[in-house]
Design a protein around this ligand. Structure first.
Ligand code: FEO
Length: 396
């Protein structure tokens, strides 16, 4: 499959309808994904990025139907992560001497992954590659967006930005353009992608976007490396990124918990009722972490102004689904969010303290000491949970 993106730019990637886990088992992809690779055929022919390794042979065979591989003058690697570079060894087997353009860190990444010494041509911000017909590719390094080697490429005349992972989504769609895609699905996948992958790099996201906007380049399309291509008002996703990178939050409080014999669940629901009593307008959402996809949970945390985390105490510690989420939260470096903790216990009751310690180390604002209760909540204890919910909401 190949299709025209614009003029002499063709999409030659792979739509992965069956993908359900990405980064090993780290990231859920409920709607599949795509690995977007682009062929630009002017006086010179350039190939931008490839696809994930399992599709390498299929990709190269398809590519051969579109272009004589020997006619590819330049291979551009905007980012060496396996999902974009996995087909390089198979491709380069056919065209071993073709120059591979990437950043200095890109060379390290590709050599580290594939142990080959291809004809690397190192580029940095401002370097250009003339494709003829008035079309010049300009490279912009984008370190840590989201790997050290990441870079963008901008094609003049067509006014297309090849942004690699940035502005992408794990979203398989037969409609490969944003104006044709289901908007709810599209933006759900965009925010999930940002929340789970880009949150720790938000300060760099703002800085890089402002730098690129400062070039005052006309922008007709953004060709990402995953999901759909932004051809209708591409600025909309740039504006969303600026918003998300700026300590984004909605009027939402998310309660995340795990429970052994239901007591901590009852606490969660009573705390939610108390929050609603204090603030009828706030959106309160509850998730049992043992039954919830962790990337979906992270997306909800990203949207929240505050979270409450609950766990039963087990073996002087916390339940593993809660521990796993706290580990993830720590790495994502959320900013400007408050947090509380709660949980039921029988005799030792360490869970609340463990959760609060972890959230404090993750730089959440902790307005109180949390709420711990023995055994199963009776009416009096349920009322105390509602009190706690009210007071937590009022302190935000
Ligand atoms: Fe889509 Fe960072 O690879």
């Amino acid at each position: 499959m190949a299709f025209t993106v614009k003029n002499n730019i063709q999409w030659v990637g792979k739509i992965d309808w069956e993908l359900r886990k990405f980064h090993g088992d780290e990231y859920s992809t409920h709607r599949g994904s795509s690995y977007n690779s682009y062929l630009i055929r002017e006086e010179k022919t350039a190939l931008i990025d490839t696809v994930w390794g399992p599709y390498a042979k299929e990709y190269v065979e398809n590519l051969k139907k579109t272009v004589d591989l020997k006619k590819i003058d330049y291979v551009i690697v905007c980012h060496g992560e396996n999902d974009h570079s996995g087909a390089l060894p198979e491709l380069m087997r056919h065209i071993p001497d073709t120059p591979v353009y990437c950043t200095k860190n890109g060379v390290k990444t590709l050599k580290g992954l594939y142990h080959r010494d291809w004809n690397f041509q190192t580029v940095k911000t401002g370097d250009t590659l003339d494709l003829g017909n008035n079309r010049v590719l300009t490279f912009v390094e984008a370190p840590m967006l989201h790997w050290p080697d990441s870079m963008f490429a901008y094609l003049s005349a067509d006014e297309v930005l090849f942004s690699n992972d940035a502005f992408g989504q794990h979203y398989a769609s037969e409609f490969m353009f944003n104006d044709k895609a289901d908007q709810t699905e599209l933006f759900q996948e965009c925010i999930k992608y940002y929340a789970n992958i880009l949150t720790p790099f938000s300060p760099l996201v703002s800085k890089k976007i402002k730098e690129v906007l400062g070039f005052n380049l006309p922008l007709d399309m953004i060709c990402t490396s995953h999901g759909i291509i932004w051809r209708n008002n591409p600025a909309q996703i740039v504006e969303k990124y600026l918003e998300w990178a700026d300590n984004y939050q909605e009027d939402q409080i998310t309660i995340l918990y795990d429970t052994m014999w239901d007591s901590t669940r009852v606490m969660a629901e009573q705390i939610a009722a108390g929050i609603r009593e204090a603030d009828a307008g706030v959106c309160v959402k509850l998730f049992n972490l043992a039954k919830t996809d962790k990337n979906d949970a992270i997306t909800e945390i990203f949207k929240s102004k505050a979270i409450l985390v609950g766990s039963s105490t087990i073996n002087n510690g916390i339940l593993v689904s809660v521990a796993a989420l706290l580990e993830e939260i720590h790495g994502l470096k959320f900013k400007n969010k408050a947090a509380g903790a709660f949980g039921s216990y029988g005799w030792s009751g360490e869970a609340v303290k463990i959760i609060l310690d972890r959230l404090e180390k993750s730089k959440f604002r902790i307005p109180d000491k949390g709420l711990r209760m023995t055994w199963s909540p009776d009416e009096k204890k349920m009322a105390a949970c509602r009190d706690y919910g009210r007071s937590f909401a009022n302190r935000l």
